[in-house]
Design a protein around this ligand. Structure first.
Ligand SMILES: Nc1ncnc2c1ncn2[C@@H]1O[C@H](COP(=O)(O)OP(=O)(O)OP(=O)(O)O)[C@@H](O)[C@H]1O
Ligand SMILES: [Mg+2]
Length: 313
């Protein structure tokens, strides 16, 4: 079980302190998948990076716990975390990973270097075998091993990036925008691939600004707005019965989910160094009243296994 409790990650910028992740909690069991959705800049990637303990300056994890089977991995010393947890138990496909492959390395060389970096390289022959096996896992033919990134399509590169993240057989994989910048057909193929991995028992945290992508895959949903969790729970319940006005608006802005007329959310997310008082969504919320400006809403259970933070639920 992976449990994130009251996670806080702040960026200490010249402009001030950006509270990018400000008290986010969720959990997922082995084999479960969780989708994290929300507009650009709401703290999705930062949440993933914090779980991996890869938040870099000026960012810092300032509070909370990340419990992996009950052990707070944020309290482990860096060396043990690197040896036992990062990539081995929890791994991440970074946002834009497919464009971060090294242009002068073949696909095989990427696998070889990654194996070496983890002290798992035991010679050319075995590394080749492992590469072909990993490629097969993401439905790529063996000959891809000898290609350079520029000889691959976007979808193929994304599969390679996913295969690299799976190299040490992690239990939890954080996939950050794995379908962004791919055409819809390839998007669907990547989603199916993630589904297959989930069926094999892997737990996936899928990060996307696109609720359509997330709803196709996730058992649970976490909706973030401006560093806060605004709604959380069983994906089926959140999608069927969204309780937070932001979630409703996000759904209406998602073609494949809404089905109806497409709407957009007026305005834009706030500057996180100076977020609105009370409910951070109040300046854009059609329901906003005085109380929303004054008081921050707490997460309350709206139905069994479904929570939202809104004064009007
Ligand atoms: N290195 C950094 N320095 C300063 N601020 C940062 C840094 N990285 C992120 N932030 C800020 O933290 C907030 C959250 O960023 P994050 O990348 O987590 O958002 P996101 O939800 O993943 O957005 P997107 O959908 O665009 O990927 C943003 O307001 C961003 O400006
Ligand atoms: Mg991001």
């Amino acid at each position: 079980m992976l449990e994130v409790r009251d996670l806080k990650v702040y960026y200490y910028t010249k402009k001030g302190v950006a509270r990018a992740v400000d008290g986010v909690s969720f959990s997922l069991k082995r084999g479960e998948s969780l989708g994290i959705a929300g507009e650009s800049g709401c703290g999705k990637s930062t949440t993933g990076m914090a779980i991996m303990r890869l938040v870099e300056r000026p960012g810092r994890i300032v509070g909370g716990e990340v419990l992996l089977d009950g052990t707070d991995v944020l309290k482990m010393d860096e060396e043990s975390f690197r040896r036992e947890v990062r990539w081995r138990r929890i791994s991440m496909v970074f946002q834009g990973a497919m464009n971060s492959l090294t242009p002068v390395y073949t696909v095989y060389q990427h696998f070889k270097e990654t194996l070496k970096a983890h002290g798992a390289y035991a010679g050319e022959e075995e590394a080749r075998e492992i590469t072909v096996k990993m490629l097969r896992m993401v439905s790529l033919p063996p000959e891809v091993a000898d290609r350079y990134p520029h000889q691959l399509s976007g979808g193929q590169k994304q599969r390679v990036a996913i295969a690299l993240a799976l190299l040490l057989s992690p239990e939890y994989v954080i996939a950050d925008e794995p379908t962004t910048a791919l055409d819809v057909i390839v998007q669907a193929q990547i989603i199916n691939l993630l589904k297959e991995l989930q069926e094999k028992g892997m737990s996936i945290i899928l990060i996307s600004h696109d609720l359509g992508v997330i709803s196709a895959l996730s058992d649970k949903l976490l909706i973030m707005y401006a560093g806060k969790a605004v709604e959380y729970g069983s994906a089926e319940k959140v999608l069927r019965n969204p309780a937070h006005p932001y979630t409703k608006m996000l759904l209406e802005a998602t073609p494949r989910v809404s089905g109806g007329e497409l709407r957009w959310i007026p305005g834009s997310p706030p500057d996180l160094t100076n977020p609105p008082s009370g409910c951070r969504f109040h300046p854009r919320c059609p329901l906003a009243k005085e109380v929303c400006r004054e008081e921050e809403p707490k997460m309350v259970e709206v139905e069994n296994g479904h929570w939202a933070a809104c004064h009007f639920t």
